[in-house]
Design a protein around this ligand. Structure first.
Ligand code: C5P
Length: 440
């Protein structure tokens, strides 16, 4: 797709030279990618402008096509301003010359239609070609992402279901959403359009050229919760942000991601398979299920969860009553999940990453992490201080590897996730050539 030689931009598709200097040439994960953004007539059309902004910020060249109905909801000037490219009219215009639909399809690495109304879906499913967007989809060779938005009764109508089945069966379109929630009428149900951030993630996953593409990455996140009785438990302050950032970035980079999470208040990142657990023992079961008994189902296991080291020896089925004196709790040790996997590993896969959250001095934290690297038989330990990590959006960490340590500056958790995934990737490639990646 993106490797094919790019034909010169045809005369009927606006030239990139019309882009303003501030909008053109941004560097980002979508640098060099050309994305056609079709917008059809729905009240949700204004959210397409947010998607356009996210794509441009990420370096993409965005060409917007507004259908006639979309123009009733949003203005072309908004999209032209955001993308720096004149907006294409959806009706065939003899004055433009050339075959604008063919050129648009040929010139795009991906076509996304957001929102896709029920009517647009029907047109695409039937292979209609009376407007530029429908005709462009008919000649598309690049991936097509459709982002439906409609009333739940329209989405669940047999006609719409048939159209979705036709498009999916033809293998020519992927769907992002719809999700469940409130729609424009104020009613709730499945039909609400996926949010621009989720569509952005789906586009990143589609266009990912990353070597992580197709790899199975298992990530654990959040705390574990050990019940003492129906109302009390033993747990910790982990919010799950770091693990969810790892899952989000791995999925955006094209990996198949299984995210095993303790109880947290975070939405599932787009494209991630999430398994919710509560206790350490349940997390252990889910991890073994994901990596497989012989560890052959996963390319990497990143144990980011703050697994409780202890659980109450007994879980009471009814609430413990207050007595006249103090109460001693007997705690028993939980299984050390990553150590079990490390001990069972024969070869070099899956790549194993542990986290070490401590409250010691920076030197002691790194020293302890080195100890954990050996004791738990893992490839990398991400060492950090509890005060720098729990509940924060940034993190300050040192990557402790078998060869050397890499102290990283404070950075957003999404960026740290990328640095950890880069290390995992280097390790995966080096196992093919039997070299250990340097941490830096
Ligand atoms: O020994 P410590 O609890 O500091 O080790 C932290 C690392 O070990 C984390 O990666 C955590 O997910 C993992 N761990 C585990 N099972 C436990 C405790 C911790 O896999 N019972």
């Amino acid at each position: 797709m993106s490797d094919r030689p790019r034909p010169p931009r045809p005369s009927s598709v606006p030239p990139t030279s019309s882009r303003t200097p501030t909008q053109g040439g941004r560097r980002g994960r979508l640098s060099g990618k050309r994305i056609a953004l079709g917008v059809t007539g729905s009240i949700a059309a204004y959210k397409a402008a947010i998607l356009a902004r996210l794509l441009v910020k990420d370096g993409a060249e965005v060409q917007v096509v507004l259908t006639r109905a979309a123009r009733e909801f949003v203005g072309a000037a908004t999209f032209a301003g955001i993308t720096g490219n004149p907006v294409l009219d959806d009706m065939f215009d003899d004055n433009l010359g050339g075959e604008v639909h063919v050129e648009l399809a040929q010139d795009s690495d991906l076509i996304v239609v957001m929102p896709t109304t029920a009517d647009a879906l029907a047109r695409f499913a039937q292979g209609r070609a009376a407007d530029v967007l429908s005709a462009a989809l008919l000649c598309a060779t690049s991936p097509v992402l459709l982002v439906p938005a409609m009333h739940p009764r329209m989405w669940s109508h047999p006609a719409t279901k048939r159209n979705v089945a036709t498009l999916t069966g033809d293998g020519r379109a992927h769907f992002v959403g719809p999700t469940s929630g409130e729609v424009a009428s104020g009613e709730s149900g499945v039909g609400r359009m996926a949010e621009p951030e989720a569509v952005h993630s789906a586009i990143l996953a589609q266009l990912s050229q990353d070597a992580l593409a197709g790899k199975h990455v298992v990530v654990t996140a959040g705390p574990t919760v050990e019940d003492l009785d129906p109302v009390r438990f033993v747990s910790n302050r982990s919010t799950g942000k770091m693990g969810f950032a790892l899952a989000e970035r791995a999925a955006q980079r094209g990996a198949h991601v299984t995210l095993i999470s303790g109880p947290v208040e975070l939405p599932t990142p787009y494209g991630v398979h999430r398994v919710d657990v509560r206790s350490a023992v349940a997390m252990r079961g889910a991890v073994w299920q994901a990596v497989g008994p012989d560890l052959s189902h996963a390319d990497a296991l990143i144990m980011c969860a703050a697994v409780g080291d202890y659980r109450p020896a007994e879980t009471h089925s009814s609430k413990l009553k207050r007595g006249d004196s103090g109460l001693s709790l007997e705690l028993v040790q939980n299984p050390d999940i990553i150590s079990e996997v490390g001990a069972a590993r024969q070869g070099k896969r899956p790549v194993l990453v542990a986290f070490a959250v401590e409250t010691a001095t920076p030197e002691q934290i790194v020293e302890n992490a080195r100890g954990k690297l050996k004791k738990k038989c893992v490839d990398l330990v991400v060492a950090n201080h509890a005060k720098d990590s729990f509940g924060k959006s940034d993190n300050l960490a040192t990557l402790v590897g078998p060869v050397d340590d890499l102290p990283l500056p404070q950075m957003p958790k999404l960026e740290l996730a990328d640095r950890i995934l880069d290390w995992v990737l280097a390790r995966l490639s080096s196992t093919a050539t039997s070299e250990t990646p340097r941490t830096g």
